[in-house]
Write a protein that binds this ligand. Structure first.
Ligand code: 5GP
Length: 200
């Protein structure tokens, strides 16, 4: 039995990263897909953990060789999901979690309509701005750009299967875990296990 594919999106600063970390720490069989990006590494990031930091040429080569499940340009940088690890992990029965933006989510939904999509909404835009500023890693222009983009992205939340409002990290992570559990208990997911197991 294969795993399920989950997508999590939301404006930068909404707290997706913290929710994902909590989900992974719970020790379920979840594989977090490490994206490739052409953007600069932030000081607290490690190559191969949050992202594979690659050159634009390397990124374009991967697209050319059809190695990306999806990709998008965001704030002038390229971001994409390497396809092979996703397929391998799904086949091995892991649930796979993609932290990607909305254009990528649409591509995934087209290719894999059974993917489950979650949107992390900030409690308010004032709070979103405060969180973006507290990172202190980006210029004023970049912060304002991300804030404007975040507002536009929030308008697309209704395209997602689920919305998680992150006003409290523990609650938001518990909601994401509950969504994932419920999706795995769907009749369509379970019925063939019951049919295959003669003891049931
Ligand atoms: P950041 O630069 O803040 O890490 O990420 C910027 C945006 O790119 C976030 O919305 C994040 O979800 C998105 N992103 C990260 N990896 C991917 C990817 O592989 N594909 C797509 N489409 N978006 C991504």
């Amino acid at each position: 039995m294969g795993g399920r594919l989950f997508v999590i999106s939301g404006p930068s600063g909404a707290g997706k990263g913290s929710i994902v970390e909590k989900l992974l720490r719970q020790g379920e069989r979840i594989y977090f897909s490490v994206s490739a990006t052409t953007r600069q590494k932030r000081p607290y990031e490690t190559d191969g953990k949050e992202y594979y930091f690659v050159s634009r040429q390397d990124f374009l080569d991967r697209i050319e060789r059809k190695r990306m499940l999806e990709w998008a340009e965001y704030e002038g940088q390229m971001y994409g999901t390497p396809a092979d690890p996703v397929d391998e992990k799904l086949r091995a029965g892991f649930d796979v979690l993609l932290d990607i933006e909305t254009k990528g989510m649409r591509q995934v939904k087209t290719l894999r309509p059974d993917a489950v999509t979650m949107f992390v909404y900030p409690p308010s835009f004032a709070e979103l701005e405060r969180r973006l500023r507290s990172r202190k890693t980006e210029t004023e222009e970049k912060i304002l750009g991300r804030l404007a983009k975040g507002r536009r992205e929030c308008e697309l939340a209704e395209e997602y299967d689920y919305i998680i409002i992150n006003d409290d990290l523990d609650k938001a992570a518990a909601e994401a875990a509950a969504i994932m559990t419920a999706e795995k208990c769907r009749t369509a997911e379970r019925i063939h296990i019951l049919k295959e197991d003669e003891t049931l």
